[in-house]
Design a protein around this ligand. Sequence first.
Ligand code: SF4
Length: 358
Amino acid sequence: MNYHDFTMNKAHNLYIHVPFCMSKCNYCAFYSFACKSPDWTEYANKICNELRFWSQKLGKINVPTIFFGGGTPSLMPVSIFEQIMNSINQNFKVDENCEITLESNPGTIDKDKLLGFVSNGVNRLSVGVQSLNDEELKFLGRRHDVKTAINLLETAQNMNLRVNADFIYGLPNQKTANVVNLCENINKLGLSHVSMYELTIEKNTPFGKMNLNMPDNEKMAKMYDAIPQILSLPRYEVSNYAASGNECRHNLNVWSGAAYIGIGKGAAGRVYFDNTWFEQRGNFECFEKMSDDTRATEKVITGMRTMRGVKLSEDVKKQLDFDWINSHKDLVEIDGEYLHTTDKGLLILDDIIVDIIK
Ligand code: SF4
């Protein structure tokens, strides 16, 4: 893992939001629209304007990672992706080994289209698989079946891309045995990165309006506990599992407190200039000063979600209650320069974060 001090070399990671989807999934509260034929030219022009704006503000800074998230970025025509990548290359210094991730949904991208993205720089594909059971996929409101998802994973693996698959567990009436079975089947896919998200029911979604028989907290905790026992990949963040060296660098950078620019209306960022942190929203005029204390507190919150923990830099130490930390060694541990939770602490992470911050 490579952690840089981004405030020193001014590098910023880029997150580019693509808000369009073929249809809305039943659980989805993300900022995305069901739109079968978006105005891609208008979209790309807006993105390129934002990129220019930030290049003028920050200079031709280094870009270590780029993440196209959504929505469904794989819906984008390759020519539009190329236009955006050209703009990034004109406005910034993209690192030679830059990690460029594209989020995708099965059924929106075939081999040729994937090759088009790859020839324009994509080296990591994240696939919304969500379940390995066709009935569950239907229930979730997904448009694809298991076979299509597995074909996409294999196509990407055969191209030597780094591949992630997203899954959802904790569906109504699910038991630990279902999650064990899911993890056993995931192991057969030979993936080097997997994200496992607990189903949460959000208001204003179709699921939010249904009276679903969700597993209670205790059952959910048992399912969560079962995942690392079965999955062949180690957990490196609350919801993320990867073979060593295959962690998502973009997210690791963001979680460790590095600077990043959010481009596109649904995106958020943390940008750094004039010795100051700014909370930033996609749509280029939107950024607001943050105090160093607030920024350091954010680093604690995101850093503690990683198994490595939060780096005990001077700004972070100022936020922490070391009396509490030293008297709760069953829940948190200091390991060299990092503070992290124990296995027991991980299960009550939200409470711990409240307690360790002064
Ligand atoms: S594909 Fe993803 S972003 Fe789009 S509606 Fe489904 S869950 Fe939401």
